[in-house]
Design a protein around this ligand. Sequence first.
Ligand code: B12
Length: 255
Amino acid sequence: MEPVASLNDIANEFICEEIEEYLERPDEIERFIEMFAQASTDMQDIAAALIDGDHHTVDELTENALTEGTEALEIMDDGLIAGMGIVGIKFRENFIFVPEVLACARAMKAGMAHIEPILSESGIEPVGTVIMGTVKGDLHDIGKNLCIMMLRGAGFVVHDLGVDTSEDEFIEAVEEYEAPILGMSALLTTTMPNMGKTIDAFIDEDLREEVKIMVGGAPVTQTFADDMGADGYGKDALACVALAKQFLEETDEEW
Ligand code: B12
């Protein structure tokens, strides 16, 4: 059996204190200790600055890590997303509120600004067009933006409709760009049903057969995606790219 990591395996003291002070569920404590114990000290430092809402430090540390040769994907997973995981729990448990989370989101974006050109740079011929947007009523865009970076890096042309996207806006974009793939993101249980409503709107317009629809976002599950009639669900940005590629193959076969 693999030895279980402990707080002693995490070099960054701020992270250790955050875990001790704010995490209560045993499964979450174990998951975050494992996650940070296997991350390099540089990644722990990026995560700590993000949790602290310090965008200047995230900006500087991300730039340094890239200069020193750290992979953009490692920074995204072990630094930025790992740090945001702690922020999410503190927010859920009411230890912090919207203003603090906004500061953390700003710090996340400061880091993403450095990794974006790298992840989006594909150097290959465009392979297909994807429309991406966060559904109506929902302003969360960090995860959607990570998916877009990765899709672009895989050679997709992505039209980003931003946040709070209505059913009509999705339909107009798919028609305008003749896009065979649509991706929708939702982070709120209250806005998740708008994914289903958008799918229904495509059916009403007789356009459902024209487009493959994928969905994602923290509260979305495979079951929810199946129930509302999506063609696929992806749990993260890598899964988003894998789905888009799978859709392209399926579309080619249909032709
Ligand atoms: C940052 C954040 C905010 C920021 C958003 C900033 C921004 N520009 O995005 C701000 C402060 C604005 C905010 C506001 C609110 N938030 Co908020 N927020 C978060 C937080 C902490 C992190 C979200 C995030 O960025 N995660 C990191 C990214 C990388 O992960 P991700 O989005 O899940 O994306 C990944 C995957 O899901 C997937 N993916 C995402 N989209 C797609 C799409 C496709 C097609 C595919 C295949 C994959 C995919 O790939 C991504 C990369 O790996 C979450 C906590 C959490 N656990 O998610 C709460 C959370 C989502 N928020 C929550 C709430 C309640 C709110 C507010 C209602 C608070 C309020 N009282 O005002 C408002 C709502 C505003 C609105 N109308 O949208 C709740 C939702 C609870 C619920 N059951 O619905 C959460 C879960 C926090 C909590 N536990 O209470 N929030």
